[in-house]
Design a protein around this ligand. Structure first.
Ligand code: SF4
Ligand code: SF4
Length: 423
């Protein structure tokens, strides 16, 4: 009998090596999760968990393409043979659906053999690289505190050599947030075409985190006085990430639209086009991006891997039941229902939607809780890009590529559809 399926699709980030990593980036929010699992765990997803997950993840979704994201910690630590096993299990249970695999890696273990496999099996790769040597090595160091930049750059060269589609994930820290163009030009010089900027915002541990042996605050920690002082010293300062994005936006909108894809700007364009966001942080509601740990435990989100947000275990509970549970539904709906009045009345809410709940630990000007730490950043950024976004929307609606915006900027008046457009 056909198993009941979910028609809209959801994502589960998979952590085959759990939170274990071969390097020790100071700002990492995930390696601390080792403290949440009993010591007897081997931090390697067993074949039983892996097969159950792959089988149910495919069969539960009534969509033509199934996306797997292998992440960590560092997911290459389980070894290349493990991925050969993954691919064979996916083929076994594919049911005619197209399987897409993404690997999010620090790049340290990538070599010719890995790249041959990734290319042959059409993996997409996300490579963590924070910018030029000094900025990358500031936090991304190995277990002995040694820099990792040169190894990551070798990985980038290999990905290019093998023509493996990849994007670079840049963690924007307090230091790098002050050097937007240095970061952007470096990536451009390296021939990177797809970039995503993730701001680092972590709070110092609250009492609950300290009790659990974690280095950063748990999601429900309350901030009272001196709110902004409660972030770690590697977190971006308020205002810095907005400036970082706008400076790179200006550079790209004059020179690189269509040739360098900055995902942050692509997401914004979706909002200006009136489309639902493809990324959870800017969606009205979330809850469609879950996480599975090495032992089969399922969590509401990769950023909410805490006992309070555990939905069950893939060996014990039905995957569909966990995804559709009241707990998970209310987790996703809460993103919208918990918005403070300041967000509800905000003119850029259509693009921001209060951003990710994990950053909502500030108070509004009315002293209401639940405002994003990055509010002023996004307000600045969305207001700044508005006029360019309007032009790009008009171009697209007239069947022209968004990259024409660069011509519009150079010759500030164009006539489209009997209307003049100025930037
Ligand atoms: S909590 Fe944040 S990261 Fe998690 S699913 Fe919601 S918006 Fe996405
Ligand atoms: S910019 Fe600020 S006020 Fe506006 S929706 Fe985003 S977080 Fe809320």
């Amino acid at each position: 009998m056909q198993k009941e399926q979910i028609g809209t699709g959801f994502h589960i980030l998979s952590k085959p090596a759990g939170p274990i990593c071969n390097i020790d980036c100071n700002y990492c929010f995930y390696t601390e999760k080792e403290a949440l699992f009993p010591k007897k765990n081997q931090f390697r997803m067993s074949e039983e968990v892996l097969e159950t997950f792959i089988k149910n993840y495919i069969s539960t979704q009534n969509i033509p393409e199934i996306q797997f994201v292998w992440q960590g910690g560092e997911p290459t630590l389980v070894g290349l043979d493990y991925y050969r096993k993954i691919v064979s299990l996916q083929a076994k249970y594919a049911e005619g659906k197209k399987i897409i695999n993404s690997l999010q890696t620090n790049g340290i273990r990538l070599n010719e053999e890995w790249c041959t496999f990734l290319k042959e099996n059409e993996f997409l790769v996300g490579l963590s690289l924070d910018g030029p040597e000094n900025l990358h090595n500031f936090y991304r160091v190995d277990k002995k505190g040694n820099p990792t930049f040169s190894k990551v750059l070798e990985a980038l060269k290999l990905l290019k050599k093998y023509k493996i589609p990849f994007n670079v994930l840049v963690s924007v820290t307090r230091e790098s947030s002050k050097e937007p163009l240095e970061v952007y030009h470096f990536l451009k010089e390296q021939g990177v075409e797809f970039i995503q900027f993730n701001p680092i915002v972590e709070r110092i541990p609250d009492a609950m985190a300290a009790k659990m042996g974690l280095r950063h605050a748990t999601p429900n920690a309350n901030n009272e006085e001196g709110q902004k002082d409660l972030v770690t010293d590697f977190s971006v300062e308020q205002g810095a990430f907005g400036t970082f994005l706008t400076e790179i936006f200006d550079e790209r909108v004059h020179n690189d639209v269509g040739s360098i894809h900055v995902m942050n700007f692509e997401w914004a364009l979706e909002s200006w086009l009136g489309l639902p966001s493809t990324v959870c942080i800017f969606s009205e509601e979330c809850g469609n991006a879950l996480a599975i740990e090495h032992n089969g435990d399922m969590y509401s989100c990769d950023h909410y891997v805490y006992p309070d947000f555990r939905l069950g275990n893939v060996l014990e509970q039905d995957l569909k039941a966990m995804v559709e549970s009241n707990t998970q539904r209310s987790f996703g709906e809460n993103k919208k229902s918990s918005l403070p009045k300041q967000c509800m009345e905000c003119e850029v809410r259509f693009a921001c939607h209060g951003e990710c709940p994990r950053h909502r630990f500030m108070r509004t000007h009315d002293n209401e809780p639940g405002l994003s730490y990055l509010c002023s950043d996004y307000k600045h950024y969305f207001h700044h890009i508005h006029r360019y976004m309007k032009v790009m929307v008009q171009l697209i609606e007239n069947g022209l590529p968004a990259s024409k915006v660069m011509d519009v900027i150079k010759a500030p008046i164009v006539v489209t559809n009997h209307q003049s457009t100025t930037v």
